[in-house]
Design a protein around this ligand. Structure first.
Ligand code: FES
Length: 105
């Protein structure tokens, strides 16, 4: 069984990316070669992995913890569906999830 996620890049182009359970969404996007900075490497310390989660999928992912919330407070262009993609572990329940990369800052 292969899984995938859908990612809209900074130009608005959609990408269907193969996803592996156990990796974070950020790692999956980065390893596919898309333009995500993820400067801190997934330590919840930079907010450059900021993305917008499609509204239909929001309730399927665990809520942001305090560390993620405080880092999101420092990010630009925050929306109510903003998340740090390094803090979302990919699970089989998220097969087909759609995310949009937030603008770079
Ligand atoms: S990669 Fe730095 S906060 Fe996600």
């Amino acid at each position: 069984m292969t899984y995938h996620i859908n990612v809209i890049d900074h130009e608005g182009s959609p990408h269907k990316i193969e996803a592996t359970v156990g990796f974070s969404i950020m790692e999956i996007i980065r390893d596919a070669g898309l333009d995500i900075e993820a400067i801190c490497g997934g330590c919840c310390a930079c907010a450059t992995c900021h993305c917008y989660v499609d509204e239909n999928w929001l309730e399927k992912i665990s809520k942001a913890d305090d560390d993620e919330e405080s880092m999101l407070d420092q990010a630009m262009d925050i929306k109510k569906n903003s998340r740090l993609s390094c803090q979302i572990p990919f699970t089989e329940e998220l097969n087909g999830i759609t995310l949009t990369l937030a603008p770079k800052f």
